[in-house]
Ligand binder design. Sequence first.
Ligand code: LLP
Length: 425
Amino acid sequence: PASTTEPHPGELAVGGVPLAEIAERFGTPVYVLDEAEVRDRCRTYRDAFPEAEVLYAAKAFLCRAMVHWMEEEGLGLDVCSAGELELAVTTGFPAEKIVLHGNAKSPRDLETALRLGVGRIVIDSPSEIARLAAAVGPEGHQKVMVRVVPGIHAGGHEKIRTGTEDQKFGLSISDGYAQHAIARILDQPQLELTGLHCHLGSQITSVKPYLQAIRRLVGLMARLHEQHGLVLPELDLGGGHGIAYRPGEQAMDLTTLARKVRAELAEACASAGIAVPRLIIEPGRAIAGPAGVALYHVLAVKRTGSHTFVAVDGGMSDNPRPALYGVRYEPRLVGRHGSSTLHPVTVVGRHCEAGDVLATDVDLPDDVRPGDLLAVPVAGAYHLSMASGYNMVGRPPVTAVKQGHARLLVRRESLDDIRRRDVGL
Ligand code: LLP
């Protein structure tokens, strides 16, 4: 991940820049994005799925540079708020290559989407249909998809599973809600239904659930064709492709996924007697995650009866994932060699609660001490995008490294920023 190299023992570098140098120049905590790695990952998707439209799921991490890279690499975007959408479009991203998601789109989300001319809006609830049709107006035109629930269990953690009926996203096929919503969309001449969408969940490493989803969605497409003579040109399988957070963990094999998805889609469509729709996929984590590293300084080392706590200058406000999903990371000591005797420690943050743990059972040199630098690999997705203002420590900056140079993409949130928003008294 993030093409880390070790020019000298202990001197970890990304994109040809020693991490210690980045910490020195930009301070910590700081995020480091390897631009070449992000671009490589986009190309891997384009190569594996040449027939498909690949949309980067902006929720994983978005900034203007990222928008720019996605456009240059020929990807579209999946956004789920007016905020993500505006950032993309004001950076110059073509609105027609953007798909808007959301189970509860606000009036502002819809207004922005229509004003900027977003490519497709994914309908996620029945009430949205009339609301959208009214906003589009009788003379207007908007392409839409419908998010359906295929009834498939997949995904790394209960909180990020979205393929089954017991969660808030999408319209159930088995209960007929999806079919009902589709019939209502077909009644609205200003809405053009281009396809079905599903997103099974996140951090999925098995190909099988995607193949099951294809069968369910193609089955529904065939029934719609029969009942309404409807030909839907698009099928969006969402994202969710898993990555390895620690050495030895399994990641989704994209070549296998692409090959099997292609074969399944062709076969399912042939046996259902419908034309093969254009495939859309929406990877987020698999593009940004492995390309990012989070850098922290150690502030305190404390031994208790059974534990050694290594406390760093960030924590759950910049990475809530261990607390939310029990994800395990493997921080590494950088900038110096360290003792060769390793000792299991718990890496904790600086926030005022005991659950503020970044990594457990990490083997670090037993001379780890305040002032040391720790790097947390695979920090490019759902870290900064989920960062909070807890304890007013300010969100970390984002830097990009490329061919031996580092540059600032997003600056650190300062106390001044925080103070300026507070206009009461
Ligand atoms: N498409 C839709 C409609 C989605 O809801 C998502 C993610 C994606 C695509 C991209 O999924 P990815 O390829 O990144 O797995 N905060 C959680 C992940 C939540 C994912 C939400 N939706 C985490 O940190 O693991």
